[in-house]
Design a protein around this ligand. Structure first.
Ligand code: FAD
Ligand code: NAI
Length: 468
């Protein structure tokens, strides 16, 4: 047993775990964080949000230089691609971010215990590191071990030809063709990266629509725009097998409802059909921590599991698998362990798909409101009528606000358009504050900005937009 004992040991240093550890240390708890990979920051910083956004930004710049500068009167010569330099930029961004967490741990006096953590009993964490096993005593344990890519039966991932998001972040050279299995967030983001760099991308989606969790109108518009960019879609289709044959992958596909098989070939297959909680080797069965039917750790509204003193947050519990959701839970969980009260409004957590145009949502979709029998009003405003979007020559998409027909309270907001991911913050604040669409309409928005489309959509809820 180690001589050092802790108030809190966090297992996992993703955005849930590292944020919880820092907040706990701020609140005066002696805190350690166990991480088994060589760098801090979890999926998000190492192989998720950050590297994917680096590649999305870089590939967007490439497309812009190639196809979209002439309209602004900017002449460029032959635009070339230096994939190694693009990847080097991504690697540097990841390195700077993960090193940043190490700095924050030192600054806040959070100990990083290197190795794989498991729970021997409530109050006891065993860490297996390069020098063997060590047991640590702690008053509280927080499971923040995140998630991993969901496998598909019969398909073996080698991270070279058949890849998950992790392999898709490091392909070289640019593949000629790619089949993406799953038209969700990862499929569309990483599919966009490679499509922009010259790959012929076909998305195979089981359902009859892409982005199933999002507002239907947004999904339809996204598919139309991405199709125009060159991405191909096969909806209502399933992959029954994928096998590497030389330098190609051979796939068998068929209609989701069943039917005759069809063959496809691709240089690379990206498997992106969702993620599942990661709890391997934690010893949860031994300590009796309950999991639900999808193997997610079950917690109460204080993030405590059925075992006193053991908590869980982030991708390993139920809810959206988003970095900012994990962070919010990390902060609130640390505050609750310290005896404070915490607050998360799950209805006000935005979701953003970082394609171009971006796709962003907060609150309820129209489909949800219909199924709940809510009476609602819709206000919509297209970017084609927004002065700034015209100046940018980026006029695709719209803002859509859904408000309670009786009280005018904003229930949901959905944007597809340039910088939608940044613009959604205003609407998340509106949902969080319980604002009405009239509150947004009465707020002055600087001119000329993209955000004026939000104000106009709010005016449109009451049937009085000015510019359309
Ligand atoms: P994780 O970030 O998964 O961290 C868990 C950590 O625990 C890992 O470092 C792991 O090594 C460690 N660990 C696990 N078991 C043990 C153990 N026994 N001992 C020690 N360490 C252990 N979300 C967004 O909000 N925005 C985005 O743009 C976005 N982009 C994404 C892009 C991709 C390609 C992917 C895959 C995900 C993306 N996500 C995005 C989702 C986001 O990454 C996750 O929601 C988030 O990382 C979850 O945080 P977490 O702290 O719960 O777990
Ligand atoms: P996802 O849940 O977003 O999409 C998976 C898609 O695959 C769905 O459309 C689903 O219908 C489809 N599918 C499932 N089984 C299939 C099958 N057998 N054949 C064909 N299609 C099938 O999952 P994804 O894209 O893997 O992302 C995982 C998680 O990572 C998401 O929950 C998301 O929250 C997070 N993430 C978030 C990002 C962001 O916030 N910008 C970016 C990337 C990931």
């Amino acid at each position: 047993m180690s001589n050092t004992s802790y108030d809190l040991i966090v297992i996992g240093s993703g955005p849930g775990g590292y944020v919880a550890a820092i907040r706990a240390a701020q609140l005066g708890m002696k805190t350690a964080c166990v991480e088994m990979t060589p760098t801090l920051g979890g999926t998000c910083l190492n192989v998720g949000c950050i590297p994917s956004k680096a590649l999305l930004t870089s590939s967007e710049k490439y497309t812009e230089a190639k196809n979209h500068l002439a309209v602004h009167g900017v002449k460029v010569g032959n635009v070339g691609l230096d994939l190694d330099a693009m990847m080097a930029h991504k690697t540097k961004v990841v390195k700077d971010n993960t090193a940043g967490i190490e700095y924050l741990f030192k600054k806040n006096k959070v100990d990083w215990i290197k190795g794989k953590g498991s729970i021997a009993a409530a109050g006891q964490v065993v860490v297996e590191g390069k020098d063997g096993k060590q047991t640590y005593a702690t008053r509280n344990i927080l499971i923040a071990t995140g998630s991993e890519s969901m496998p598909l039966q019969g398909i073996t991932v080698d991270e070279k030809r058949i890849v998950t998001s992790t392999g898709a972040l490091s392909l070289s050279p640019v593949p000629k063709s790619m089949v993406v299995i799953g038209g969700g967030v990862i499929g569309l983001e990483l599919g966009s990266v490679w499509q922009r760099l010259g790959t012929e991308v076909t998305v195979i989606e089981f359902l009859d629509r892409i982005l199933p969790g999002m507002d239907g109108e947004l999904s339809k518009t996204a598919q139309k725009i991405l199709t125009k960019q060159g991405m191909k879609f096969r909806l209502g289709t399933k992959v029954t097998s994928a096998r590497v044959e030389g330098d190609q992958v051979s796939l068998n596909i068929e209609a989701a409802a069943g039917g005759s098989a069809e063959k496809m070939q691709a240089d690379v297959v990206l498997l992106s059909i969702g993620r599942r909680p990661y709890t391997e080797g934690l010893g949860l069965d031994k300590v009796g921590v309950k999991l639900d039917d999808r193997k997610r750790v079950v917690v109460d509204n204080h993030f405590q599991t059925n075992v006193k003193g053991i908590y869980a947050i982030g991708d390993v519990i139920a809810g959206a698998m988003l970095a900012h959701k994990a962070e919010e839970e990390g902060v609130v969980c640390a505050e609750m362990i310290a005896g404070q009260s915490g607050h998360i409004n799950y209805d006000a957590i935005p979701g953003v798909v970082y394609t171009w145009p971006e796709i962003a949502s907060v609150g309820k979709t129209e489909e949800q409101l219909k199924s709940e029998g809510m009476q609602y009003k819709v206000g919509k405003f297209p970017f084609s009528a927004n002065g700034r979007a015209r100046a940018m020559a980026d006029t695709e998409g719209f803002v859509k606000i859904l408000a309670d027909a009786r009280t005018d309270r904003v229930l949901g907001a959905h944007i597809i358009g340039p910088d939608a991911g940044t613009m959604i913050a205003e609407l998340a604040l509106a949902v969080e504050f319980g604002a009405s669409s009239e509150d947004i309409a009465l707020t002055s928005h600087a001119h000329p900005t993209l955000n004026e489309a939000v104000k106009e959509a709010a005016l449109a809820v009451d049937g009085r937009p000015i510019h359309i």
